[in-house]
Design a protein around this ligand. Structure first.
Ligand code: ZN
Ligand code: ZN
Length: 353
């Protein structure tokens, strides 16, 4: 089976620099290169990265040159493939890793392809998952169980970040503080619950996000605007502090609170991207209390996908709560406004499901 280059399809494009500038275009299907795979998109989800691009913050303005195609979190079905895409088969259900490693640098040799020295990222390859179809390099695709509904399959990429954050926190059966209850924070809470973390403390400024946090497994909720966060943390944490914290807020105050809340010898995992340099009291917390800080940038390219697929069955009820909105692709303005409002969990496009 081969799809003719005459086919053209709907795709959301960031057309111009500056806030907004998103429109629906039609793009002709380009001929497949040797390791390309043609995917019919079933569902796609809006990520914080997409919102930064649409809002055109300083980071987006530096990293991207319009026009380019939007969207990287998706689930779909393989329709066609180039001759070198031997591990992918027509009819496979797939999602995409967003980090494309070179395979020959020192980081790749050390099994750290996610921080490859020649790293390419999905969102700068102009593949575009907010579309009816996408042509994706085969090394980025991960084949998922055929019976996994697209609603969950299309969460694999952000869920992988959350699963990895919990793993790296080494909270084990102890106490974990999650700062920031947007989609990644909520997914981290759900993952922590699923792997047996005994006590999950969730912190966010939005009451409805804290409600969602509770629904997916948080035991203690802290709104630092409504309560004295330090006192609340002291009251709810064990003596000495929580075993570990995960920050998904990327916010100076949030990261500071998380660092101070961790017990001596515990771990702080940073999964949210601050827009500017952050100031932390290293003497007091990192040196004198030996708290270890680890940043994580996406998933490990293979083990995290494997671990996340294994954990999925336990996560389905939580994922149903976290996906709060579904839109057809042509209602993209409404979908982005919903995601930006902060009143939503994960917002998905239902394209062909
Ligand atoms: Zn994403
Ligand atoms: Zn490399």
């Amino acid at each position: 089976m081969s799809f003719s280059a005459a086919l053209d399809y709907a795709i959301l494009m960031k057309e111009a620099p500056g806030p907004g500038g998103v429109s629906m275009a039609r793009r002709p299907l380009r001929p497949l290169r040797a390791d390309d795979v043609l995917v019919r998109i079933s569902r796609a989800a809006i990520c914080g990265t997409d919102l930064h691009i649409i809002g055109w913050n300083a980071w987006a303005a530096k990293a991207y040159k319009p026009p380019f195609a939007l969207g990287h979190e998706f689930s779909g079905i393989v329709l066609d493939r180039g001759p070198d895409a031997a591990d992918i088969h027509i009819g496979d259900k797939v999602a995409a890793e967003t980090h494309l490693a070179c395979g020959h640098c020192s980081q790749c040799a050390a099994d750290r392809g996610h921080t490859c020295l020649n790293l390419q990222v999905f969102s700068r390859l102009d593949c575009g998952a907010f579309a009816e179809f996408a042509v994706v390099p085969a090394p980025l695709l991960r084949v998922l169980p055929a019976d996994l509904p697209h609603k969950y399959a299309c969460l694999m990429e952000p869920l992988g970040i959350a699963v990895r954050a919990v793993q790296e926190s080494q909270a084990e059966a102890g106490q974990l503080l999650v700062v920031g209850c947007g989609p990644i924070g909520l997914l981290a809470i759900a993952a922590a619950k699923a792997v047996g973390v005994a006590c999950i403390i969730a912190m966010d400024l939005a009451p409805h996000r804290l409600e969602l946090a509770k629904a997916v497994g948080a035991d203690v909720l802290i709104d630092p605007r409504a309560q004295d966060a330090d006192a609340q943390l002291r009251r709810n944490a064990q003596e000495g502090g929580v075993d570990a914290a995960v920050d998904t807020s990327g916010n100076q105050a949030g990261i500071g609170l998380a660092l101070a809340a961790v017990k001596p010898g515990g771990n702080l995992v940073l999964a949210g991207l601050p827009e500017a340099a952050v100031s932390l009291d290293l003497s007091r917390h990192v040196i004198l209390r030996e708290v270890a800080i680890r940043g994580i940038y996406g998933r490990r390219l293979h083990t995290t996908w494997r671990d996340t697929i294994a954990l999925l069955p336990a996560l389905i009820p939580a994922l149903d709560r976290i996906v709060t909105h579904e839109f057809p692709l042509d209602r993209f303005d409404e979908a982005f406004a919903t995601a930006i409002s902060g009143q939503a969990g994960k917002v998905q496009f239902v394209v062909n499901d």
